[in-house]
Design a binder for this molecule. Structure first.
Ligand SMILES: [Zn+2]
Ligand SMILES: [Zn+2]
Length: 274
């Protein structure tokens, strides 16, 4: 199993960080978690493509995590040479988002159907809405979901992927909560979106202060990881984006908060093998 942090940005456009998206690759399956800005460019850099994605799994429906879902849907459809449905998993509300995305794409779908004689089918995205429990189990890979806490964004879910005797948690945006603890128990790798509380508290901008109450801080992520006995904590979606040269301070903050495992600060294209 391999985890690749395709996009590690937050909602603010960043020249070096695409929007939130993480790929878990196992047994020939490419599982895409969230579809932030530029996801297909980063997926291409990881030798992936929309046409061969196994499943798209959404942690929540905040725009920065789903803004390029439309691109994934379009490329899956327009670049496939036979009908290839794109399975989409996500919290309640995902079916409505996918339906609206297809409505938004309606003109483009019409243009391409009219222009390409060999393209005779429409995009198809079967949606499974999940809250808790087993999402997928095909004998090689098992994926579990659990509710997370990103209030007032609701519902939200995190995922745990198990294969080859290893486990990876893709938490999404959440504060520490029982669902997250359950997912993380004994996980080899835990990928958590984080905010730097100490830095944000020095920036007197209300809209930035607001992010503190519904994200894990570095210290929160470290505490969750330590409580769960996680092997490697991967900090992603850092808010604010770390100034070049300050990355080590983020890692040290997690260690200082009491996490005794390995800490990584993700960059786009970071590959982690559990
Ligand atoms: Zn969010
Ligand atoms: Zn986010």
């Amino acid at each position: 199993m391999e985890v690749i942090t395709l996009g590690t940005g937050n909602p603010m456009p960043d020249a070096n960080r695409a929007g939130p998206a993480t790929l878990v690759r196992t047994g020939g399956r490419d599982l895409l978690f969230d579809c932030g800005r530029g996801v297909l460019m980063r997926l291409a850099a990881a030798s992936g493509a929309a046409t061969v994605l196994h499943t798209v799994l959404l942690t929540h429906l905040h725009s920065d995590h789903v803004t390029d879902l439309n691109d994934v849907v379009t490329m899956r459809w327009a670049m496939s040479f036979q009908p290839t449905p794109l399975p989409v998993v996500g919290p309640v509300g995902t079916a409505r988002l996918v339906e609206r995305t297809l409505t938004m794409l309606e003109d483009d779908i019409g243009y391409r159907l009219a222009h390409h004689e060999d393209l005779a089918w429409r995009p198809d995205c079967p949606v499974t809405e999940v809250t808790d429990g087993v999402v997928l189990d095909d004998g090689h890979v098992r994926i579990l979901a659990a509710p997370t806490d990103h209030a007032p964004v609701h519902p939200t879910v995190g995922y745990r992927v198990e294969a080859d005797g290893t486990s990876v948690v893709i938490a999404g945006d959440t504060v520490p909560c029982p669902g997250l603890d359950a997912l993380c128990a004994g996980a080899d790798v835990y990928v958590q979106t984080v905010v730097n509380r100490a830095l944000i508290e020095q920036i007197p901008v209300p809209r930035l202060q607001d992010v503190l109450d519904y994200h894990s801080s570095i210290e929160d992520a470290a505490a969750t990881a330590q409580r769960a006995g996680v092997g490697t904590l991967v900090l992603t979606h850092p808010v604010p984006a770390p100034a070049p040269g300050t990355e080590q301070a983020w890692i040290e903050a997690a260690a200082a908060a009491g996490f005794t495992g390995t800490v990584l600060l993700a960059h786009d294209g970071l590959a982690v093998t559990p």
